[in-house]
Design a protein around this ligand. Structure first.
Ligand code: GAP
Length: 511
């Protein structure tokens, strides 16, 4: 496969061509960073949701799911810290009129120096072979030392100025490093200012500040404010979890890379409420459990890694990302955070209501600690689609584009294809459609030669094709073709439903 930009471009165009993802309101030239899921995209998205929801609420008897509203009382966002601190530092280029995140400009600059260091190390590794001592090399080579000192210096200064909210110094740093607009090369920058990422709107007829409400920037707060409702009505005993899938909105300064970073996206979040002091054990449990959930899809063991956060948010005592190898490289797919009692305690403070759990065993009452798992549904969709996309040269010299999506997630499970459009074959095929249509999302196709029909199904990731031919009329057998191996097998129609049920079932992922 070509370079990563190429791959992402191909995935985007394939998505559009086959009805997975369309640019939003395209007839008006689209809206930046907003996308619509098409007929196959909606199916794939639903299957991913189902995989997550079943894992959370069926495999874990102590996790229940809710569906909270997007609009919430505005004080929610004061309590959660989003009104005061959910900001990105923003800078504009006066010449190009382009807007950037100041932190991203500085991080990209640092990444370039890091790449120089790595290049130097790799060159030396190739030169010295087995005897190469990397630690020694890094601590003695003058270029590496100089560049590493530069990186450490920039990081320390940037961290200090952000912590002191000294945005003038962030601008000074950008100027001292002579960072230019990546698109135009201009260094004519405005001051840096904080930009709150929450979308605001007005409630009903109330005008002014009193009527301002926000589109939720995370689904988690809908869970926190319902902690007592769920705990009491469901008679839940700690440890227990509340799961939710829903839309979230962030006015991202730069939204790009297709559905990776959008302003309207969907999250699948689970808050696991635990006894204070046990949170780090549960944090390790969820790290491992979530990684297993990902790896069960068979998208390549090496395509995942943990990124442990060294710099923790003030309310967290442990945090990491699960990163996936997207076409653009390793990037955050899911976050796992041990959030202490920060959210519940703040909601207690701001609402004036007691949010406590009474532990009947220890006879004590406490504010539970929380371990959160939070995954972007759209990012998961991009991970599945980009990993599945492949262009293959076949033994007979022809080529095919195929989506190797796990059968349990594939949008269409089976295609029913009469070999010819005559001799009673379409009628027989429709009997098979009736046999399967209630339990499997299927397509019936009788146009074009059979080979072209297989290619069309490969391109949308259909794991099985059933072909009905003249033999079917005599002995009730059909051929079943498997997408990845392209192998065909003859089976009796009476076994079809059972065989397909096993092959596309989600249960196999959990075992
Ligand atoms: N409640 C915790 C929380 O929201 P986060 O790291 O800000 O944490 C969690 O977001 C996940 O949501 C990310 O790992 C990512 O998959 C997804 N996500 C965040 N911002 C996104 C965006 N602008 N577009 C698409 N997905 C996004």
């Amino acid at each position: 496969m070509q370079n990563s930009d190429d791959k992402l471009r191909k995935v985007i165009s394939h998505s559009k061509e086959y009805g997975f993802v369309f640019p939003s309101s395209e007839i008006y030239d689209g809206l930046s960073a907003a996308y619509d899921y098409g007929q196959l995209g909606a199916e794939l998205k639903n299957n991913i949701k189902q995989y997550w929801w079943s894992f959370m609420t069926r495999l874990h008897q102590n996790i229940v799911g809710i569906d909270a509203s997007i609009f919430m009382h505005p004080t929610t966002w004061k309590a959660s810290g989003h009104v005061d601190a959910f900001n990105d530092p923003l800078i504009d280029n006066k010449d190009s009129k382009r807007r950037y995140r100041a932190d991203v400009l500085i991080e990209d600059y640092v990444k370039k120096i890091e790449a120089k260091v790595e290049k130097e190390v790799e060159k030396a590794r190739a030169r010295f072979g087995e005897s190469f001592d990397e630690v020694m090399f890094r601590s003695t080579h003058p270029n590496v030392i100089r560049n590493q000192e530069k990186i450490d210096g920039i990081n320390a200064r940037f961290k200090k100025s952000l912590e002191a909210e000294d945005l003038a110094d962030v601008k000074a740093l950008i100027e001292e490093l002579e960072i230019a607009d990546p698109e135009t090369g201009s260094r004519n920058w405005t001051d840096v200012r904080q930009f709150n990422l929450m979308f605001k709107t007005e409630l009903g007829a109330v005008s002014g500040d009193a009527g301002i409400i926000y589109l939720r920037p995370e689904t988690a707060q809908g869970i926190f404010v319902n902690f007592l409702n769920v705990q009491k009505s469901g008679r839940m005993k700690i440890p227990f979890g509340i799961a939710q899938i829903g839309k979230a909105f962030r006015n991202e300064i730069i939204a790009r890379q297709f559905i990776f970073r959008m302003r309207e996206f969907e999250q699948m979040e689970m808050q696991f409420f635990v006894k204070p002091g046990t949170e780090l054990e549960w944090y390790s449990y969820w790290k491992e459990a979530r990684m297993k959930w990902h790896k069960a899809l068979g998208m390549g063991e090496d395509n995942y890694r943990f990124h442990d956060h060294l710099k923790l948010a003030h309310y967290a005592n442990a945090a990491c990302d699960i990163e996936f190898n997207f076409p653009m490289g390793f990037k955050e797919l899911e976050g796992i955070h041990s959030r202490t009692d920060f959210d519940l305690s703040n909601h207690e403070k701001y609402s004036g209501k007691k949010i406590r759990y009474y532990d009947t065993e220890s006879e004590e009452s406490y504010v539970p600690y929380v371990v959160e798992t939070s995954i972007g549904l759209d990012r998961m969709f991009l991970a599945v689609l980009s990993n599945a996309y492949n262009e293959e040269k076949l033994e007979d010299g022809t080529e095919r584009t195929v989506l190797h999506i796990h059968p349990a997630l594939a949008p269409v499970k089976v295609a029913v294809l009469p070999l010819l459009k005559k001799d009673g074959l379409p009628e027989k095929a429709k009997e098979i459609v009736d046999l399967l249509k209630f339990d499997f999302n299927l397509q019936y196709d009788d146009k074009d030669a059979i080979g072209r029909r297989y290619r069309r199904q490969d391109a949308i990731g259909t794991p099985y094709c059933i072909t009905i031919d003249h033999e079917t009329l005599n002995d009730h057998s059909v051929t079943i073709r498997e997408r990845d191996s392209m192998k065909q097998e003859r089976i009796n129609i009476s076994t079809l439903h059972t065989i397909l049920s096993q092959k596309v079932s989600m249960t196999q992922l959990f075992s």
